[in-house]
Design a protein around this ligand. Structure first.
Ligand code: SF4
Length: 376
């Protein structure tokens, strides 16, 4: 089983914290869709006939495409790939694009999972992030999607925003819970180098993020979600049983995927490759037959590091038997030696050879994983 990711590189305006590749214009939408269809043909053998279980429209802002374009893309995908009979088809959507008319149109496409980029229900947080939508549009968008009958719905919320007090963060979580949505993705605001937010903070024009606040918000979130019986199945993801993101889970479980569109990454089990993050060059490249990828063949050590990084963040944990069978004795001994101090510090627990983060360990997930990386 494998997945397909489609990167739609357009946004109405750039959020200041964003480091995904996208342009604040939809001027080249038609030529982009043509180039994407061409790329599908060029890459049709990449997954060597694997069944496709998930299709994910990400970006950028996929909800800027219309239902006809979505249909056309999926139709073309099914020409080149064996898509299972009930695939998970997700679209990332921004609240300001979700009109009742748009949802009505999408109901006739194979899209069956909505991922809504809410980030906060409060205008001052949305202004801080330079999001294009308002808090009331955020609420209306969720209501519209639920009213249309979509059951598999997730929203994104960001915590640790300087304008987001603990009280407001509690209210954001409460609003999410009141909607009875089965899935939440929630991330700490991070200031990525070279983003507009990074520049504004360095110039003293915007307040910097406070890491202690982010830790506090994460703890509030974990407690609230546990009380409501959501499963914390990945460090940034909570779901009711049966509503895990199949697409993202396949990344964390090391399954193969094909990424289409500028900047999209692909993985075939042994190598990772990525398309150029430049729309014009991507379009030109497709016209010339698709020579716009860079590739890296993963070493055994890199595969181990990736496995540790992703598995430790999930509810399935890190499996010592898998490490031994896949990476050999040396790496296994390294893992056992390095993980020991985190068990002693009560950051990690081990049951039957499966190592999982404790609630305390979840606060330092990336640091713990990088601590047990193998640098040969
Ligand atoms: S809408 Fe999403 S992809 Fe576009 S700029 Fe904002 S965060 Fe980035």
């Amino acid at each position: 089983m494998a997945g397909i990711y489609i990167h739609i590189p357009f946004c109405k305006q750039k959020c200041n914290y964003c480091n995904f590749y996208s342009l604040a214009s939809v001027k080249y939408r038609d030529v982009f869709v043509d180039a994407l269809l061409k790329e599908m043909e060029i890459q049709k053998d990449y997954l060597s006939g694997e069944h496709i279980e998930t299709v994910y429209f990400g970006g950028g802002t996929p909800s800027l495409l219309d239902a006809g374009e979505i249909d056309k893309i999926i139709e073309r995908l099914s020409k080149y790939h064996r898509i299972i009979s009930s695939p998970e088809v997700t679209i990332e959507a921004n609240p300001d694009d979700i009109s009742r008319q748009k949802i009505k149109e999408l109901l006739h496409t194979p899209v069956n999972r909505f991922s809504i980029g809410i980030q906060s229900f409060f205008d001052d947080d949305l202004n801080y992030l330079n999001r294009v939508h308002s808090g009331s549009e955020a609420e209306k968008s969720v209501i519209s999607v639920l009213d249309a009958g979509y059951k598999n719905v997730t929203i994104d919320l960001i915590y640790g925003i300087p304008t987001l007090t603990d009280d407001k963060w509690g209210k954001n979580i409460e609003k999410f819970l009141n909607f009875q949505i089965p899935h939440l993705s929630s991330y700490a605001l991070t200031v990525e180098p070279q983003t507009a937010l990074d520049v504004l903070i360095r110039k003293g024009k915007m307040e910097n993020v406070d890491e202690e606040k982010a830790v506090r918000h994460f703890k509030i979130l974990m407690d609230a979600m546990k009380n409501e019986n959501y499963i914390h199945y990945e460090i940034s993801n909570f779901a009711k049983e049966g509503f895990y993101s199949k697409h993202n889970t396949s990344y964390w479980q090391g399954k193969k995927y094909l990424g289409l569109g500028p900047s999209a990454h692909s993985f075939d089990g042994n190598s990772r490759r990525w398309n150029i993050a430049n729309l014009n060059k991507y379009i030109e490249g497709m016209k010339k037959g698709g020579k716009i990828v860079e590739q890296e063949i993963l070493t055994l050590e890199q595969k181990y590091n990736e496995y540790v990084m992703t598995s430790l963040r999930t509810v399935w944990g890190t499996d010592i038997k898998y490490i031994e069978d896949t990476f050999g004795k040396n790496i296994t001994s390294h893992y056992i030696k390095e993980i020991r101090k985190h068990i002693n510090a009560k950051n990690v627990i081990c049951n039957n050879g499966i190592y999982r983060l404790t609630k305390k360990g979840k606060l330092f997930a990336d640091a713990i994983a990088s601590d047990i990386f193998y640098i040969g």
